[in-house]
Design a protein around this ligand. Structure first.
Ligand SMILES: Cc1cc2nc3c(=O)[nH]c(=O)nc-3n(C[C@H](O)[C@H](O)[C@H](O)COP(=O)(O)OP(=O)(O)OC[C@H]3O[C@@H](n4cnc5c(N)ncnc54)[C@H](O)[C@@H]3O)c2cc1C
Ligand code: SF4
Length: 499
């Protein structure tokens, strides 16, 4: 424990942000890594609890009290070893993780939690700056080969672990660039893509081969709204014949649609159509075909994806952005009795940086308890208005309140209501059994003999494709654990970590 009285002496430190006025001028990252002094103070607040609830809540079980102590001591070389022992890509989670760990920090019981995510980011950013992140090349090759389908956080973590265990790993990706939703979903202002590129360089040096624009399925066509840059199609059967094991890490790509009259109107899009277009433009691709400058934008859905649409529309110069959520506004942090939720993740009202931007520019309105009833079109077939009705919750379900209809102007509508399951077509091509929710059926219990195995011989599944839509850190955890299971399947046992 760094400083026994640290939590009494120091307040939590927030990372510095560029002002809203400056940051909405472009898509650059606007949050700064803590300085050495700030990180030392932040880490000094850790109480090194007998039971580290923080570590338990973190899906990769980061060894948080240990790295906090090392940061307090200024021992960054040791801190990065501790951090990398549990996590392949802390620079991603150090930026976009909702910090499940911080909800269970003991300091939160009568004050503010330790800023764990900011310490994680500090350690990894400093490690990259000081040349401490190097390829870890397997000393012995096993002669076994593995194909990983999909290059999001689960596929990347799985591939890196397997390559370090000595297997020859090839990652297949249907899109033009590696990274899954890290690359084309999450905007640059939250996660600069150069961070993915340098990890790809590291993984290539470790022996991983990346093949982009390559769809693994029986044919090329995928449903509307799904990003598909494939110029080549390989049948799953071919992959299963060629490799000793295949891992499906294809994410949960079927968007939940909005089944209301007017859904077919022009300028009504799935959120990812808007975000992918912008991510491609920012990274030197063609201009985003969806331009909201000077327009009234409606975002349906209150989660991460919706917030990313708000931030992107604000940067494009939308006239107004209205974010609509079906359920009533959750309680504010101060309205929650901490003792009834801690150490669990509390359901509460959250304000993301994109919301701060919308509020400060006076362009954002966040509306709750509203059900979308209809999209109303203009003369040229584009959307012009959205009709909403208030709801109340009865027996846990939203119920419309008659006579409460309202209409709002809408030049663009983005549907950000989540993802229901992986692409049926891809799962059918592999011939895998599905679970009740339409995800790939596989047991994530790493102690079971069948861990992460699908119903098809030699075929494993991990990440959102197995669990349903989730978080970067959970996908990474699945990828790591699945790598252990694949290694054990190929070699009889595995020394790869199980968390
Ligand atoms: C807009 C948005 C913002 C988000 N923001 C956050 C956030 O801030 N923090 C957070 O923790 N989580 C966030 N998430 C969730 C997080 O991004 C996902 O949970 C995570 O990326 C899932 O990782 P994955 O590896 O399972 O799948 P994905 O990241 O979805 O990657 C799957 C990859 O597989 C490829 N693929 C699929 N099928 C095939 C095939 N047949 N052949 C070849 N390639 C294939 C896809 O093209 C894709 O690149 C966000 C999600 C979205 C949509
Ligand atoms: S990955 Fe997320 S939950 Fe784990 S330590 Fe980092 S911020 Fe916390």
């Amino acid at each position: 424990m760094g400083k026994p009285t640290g939590f009494l002496e120091f307040e939590r430190i927030e990372e510095h942000h560029l002002s809203v006025k400056d940051r909405i001028k472009n898509y650059n990252e606007f949050t700064a890594t803590l300085t050495d002094d700030e990180a030392s103070i932040q880490a000094a607040r850790c109480m090194d609890c007998g039971i580290p609830f923080c570590s338990n809540s973190c899906p990769v079980h980061n060894v948080i009290p240990d790295f906090n102590d090392l940061v307090y001591q200024g021992e960054y070389e040791k801190a990065i070893k501790v951090l990398h022992s549990a996590s392949n890509f802390p620079e991603f989670t150090g930026r976009v993780c909702p910090a499940l760990c911080e909800a269970s920090c003991s300091c939160r019981l009568n004050g503010k939690s330790v800023g764990i995510r900011s310490i994680e980011r500090k350690i990894i950013d400093r490690a990259w700056d000081h040349g401490l992140v190097r390829p870890v090349i397997a000393k012995v090759k096993t002669g076994k080969s593995v194909a990983v389908v999909g290059s999001g956080p689960s596929g990347l973590a799985c591939a890196q672990q397997l390559a370090r265990a000595g297997h020859t790993v090839t990652v297949y990706e249907k899109n033009s660039h590696i990274g899954g939703l890290l690359r084309f979903g999450i905007p640059d202002f939250k996660l600069p893509k150069s961070l993915i590129d340098r990890r790809i360089d590291q993984m290539e040096a470790e022996g991983v081969t990346f093949l982009t624009n390559t769809l693994i399925a029986d044919s090329k066509d995928l449903p509307h709204g799904v990003c598909n840059d494939a110029t080549k199609v390989i049948a799953p059967k071919e992959l299963l014949q060629k490799y000793d094991a295949v891992v499906m890490c294809g994410g949960s790509e079927t968007p939940r649609d909005l089944n209301v009259p007017g859904r077919e109107l022009k300028n009504v899009h799935f959120a990812l159509e808007f975000l992918i277009g912008q991510n491609k433009e920012v990274n030197g691709g063609r201009k985003n075909p969806i331009n909201t400058k000077g327009k009234h934008v409606i975002v349906i859905g209150g989660g991460d994806t919706g917030a990313d649409c708000v931030g992107t529309a604000t940067r494009q110069g939308a006239a107004s952005v209205t974010q609509i959520e079906l359920f009533p506004r959750p309680p504010l942090e101060e309205e929650i009795d901490i003792l009834t939720t801690w150490p669990n993740w509390p359901i509460m009202f959250r304000t993301y940086t994109s919301h701060e931007e919308g509020s400060e520019t006076g362009k954002l309105e966040r509306l709750y308890a509203l059900n979308t009833k209809e999209l109303i079109g203009g003369d040229n077939g584009e959307v012009k208005k959205i009709k909403l009705m208030q709801i109340e919750i009865k027996e846990g379900r939203p119920v419309d309140i008659p006579g409460t209809e309202v209409e709002l102007p809408a030049d663009f509508v983005f549907i950000a209501t989540g993802f229901v399951h992986p692409l049926d077509k891809v799962l059918a091509s592999f011939g895998v059994e599905k679970d009740m929710r339409g995800n790939v059926k596989a047991n994530p219990d790493i102690t079971a003999d069948c861990a992460f195995k699908t119903s098809v011989d030699k075929l494993f599944a991990a990440g959102d494709m197995r669990s349903g839509q989730s978080l970067v850190v959970r996908a990474m955890s699945e990828g790591r654990r699945c790598a252990h299971a694949v290694d054990a399947y190929l070699m009889g046992s595995s020394l790869l970590p199980i968390c």
